[in-house]
Design a protein around this ligand. Structure first.
Ligand code: ADP
Ligand code: ADP
Length: 232
């Protein structure tokens, strides 16, 4: 299967803390990859190096190479705003903007100039909400606040927001750990549906969840990638 992202001998430091110690991995387009391991082993840190989220932490330093479609994402020529659209991120705690449902999804496409008209934008919003499995629930109340929904709906809105800017990769950092079992099941089902259209990486501390949603599992321990292979 085609390789979407690669990491080669990646190290991440927070000041004197050596959080990632020489990780190399290939992220496949066709598979959901789960990052598994005990708290503090570096899963979230490594995920954040994959779209340069850690750039905002002054003390963070990255060594080694990470590529997207063969392009070094830490090269000086890399447009980081563009990168974060291509490699979208969904967080543990759903974090919709305190704006309307419509505006949550339209914001990114507007910044990136993806819609030529209002009709275009309406189409992007509808398509993104459909892909995130949220359209039927919200189509009659797009002007309601994105923060006034259930946690599961908010998380699917955040996924729609990521999808709206046409990402190639979607990174999910424990996307279900703030959700109840029914909302969790919906997100897991959604991950199945999204597979193949996006390279997906999900950080989880839950082995059963990794088994349910992923085809590849990467085990982290003390900043090392200790095992990587087919999910069993
Ligand atoms: P995990 O996601 O597996 O729980 P993290 O990536 O959050 O692990 O943390 C890996 C290591 O990096 C830990 O030692 C943690 O304390 C440290 N760390 C994480 N974030 C920061 C930060 N912003 N500043 C300093 N150290 C951090
Ligand atoms: P405001 O806060 O100014 O009311 P919003 O940011 O909430 O505006 O966006 C509401 C927008 O949602 C409207 O511009 C409207 O065109 C759009 N809209 C309403 N219904 C639909 C629909 N079924 N499909 C796509 N867009 C819609």
């Amino acid at each position: 299967a085609p390789i979407k992202m690669t990491a080669r001998d990646v190290h991440v430091y927070y000041g004197a803390t050596h959080a990632i110690k020489g990780v190399s991995i290939d992220i496949d387009m066709d598979h959901v990859t789960a990052f598994i391991g005990p708290s503090g082993c570096g899963k979230s840190t490594f995920l954040r190096t994959m779209n340069r989220m850690n750039d905002t932490i002054a003390a963070a330093r990255v060594e080694g190479q990470i590529t997207l479609d063969g392009e070094d994402i830490y090269a000086p020529s890399m447009d980081v705003v563009q990168l974060r659209a291509r490699v979208g991120m969904v967080f543990q705690k759903p974090n919709p903007f305190p704006k309307s449902i419509y505006e949550n999804v339209a914001y990114g496409p507007r910044i990136h100039g993806l819609a030529a008209s209002k009709a275009d934008m309406d189409q992007i919003v509808e398509r993104s909400l459909k892909r995130a499995g949220l359209w039927e629930e919200v189509k009659d109340r797009l002007t309601d606040s994105g923060t006034a929904m259930s946690g599961g709906q908010q998380q699917r809105l955040c996924i729609a927001r990521a999808i709206a800017v046409d990402p190639e990769v979607i990174l999910m950092d424990e996307p279900c750990s703030a959700l109840d079992p029914i909302a969790t099941a919906k997100i897991e089902e959604l991950i199945h549906e999204l597979r193949g259209n996006y390279a997906i990486v999900i950080v989880t501390h839950n082995m059963q969840q990794a088994a349910r949603v992923s085809q590849r599992t990467a085990f982290f321990h003390l900043g090392n990638l200790v095992e990587y292979g087919v999910t069993s």
